[in-house]
Design a protein around this ligand. Sequence first.
Ligand code: IMP
Length: 195
Amino acid sequence: MATTRDLTETAPPATDETITCQGERFRLYLTDEAIQSRLQEIGTAISEEYEGRTPILVSVLNGAFMVTADLMRYITIDCEIDFMKLSSYGDEKVSSGNVTELKRIDANLQGRDVIVIEDIVDTGLSMQFILKKMQAHNPASLRTVTLLHKPTSNDTDVTLDYVGFDIPDLFVIGYGLDYGQIARNLPHIYILDEE
Ligand code: IMP
């Protein structure tokens, strides 16, 4: 998997602050402040790179709704938004490997500058699926944003253009990311405590 490395940051170590979700312990990992600061950098980069154009942001539901809302407010040029929805992990912590489309994009993407926004790229299978769907619309350009990137995805053939944080291969929750649909409303991101 290719990434624009200068727009990737390795996340700091988890803190000692813990919470319990679905009977499992998670450690505070990325604070709202750290997330916002990184999104601001990415929003600024997008605003500069797309100056004079009107990109359309394609947000992948459900997880990316929060990162999309915040990132969009850091983009200072004109931009549009649309949503698609894919099957999720269900209640499990491990990907089933089967990706299905639950809601299709409504906008006409032909000749448009498309920016796909994901919350996390884990195996990379979802992003691979999305990019294939997007390519079929013949966009003028196609780029990807993900807030989080796990190393598991390195075998998948997709390019990540803007990455918030590289994180270890552990389950994370909060800031839109769920565990069995719970925890999306947490303002910070928490990581599974292995101990
Ligand atoms: P992938 O297809 O394996 O890359 O997974 C993509 C989707 O799985 C993401 O958009 C998330 O919805 C979900 N996902 C992957 N890893 C996690 C995690 O650590 N916590 C919560 N959801 C995750």
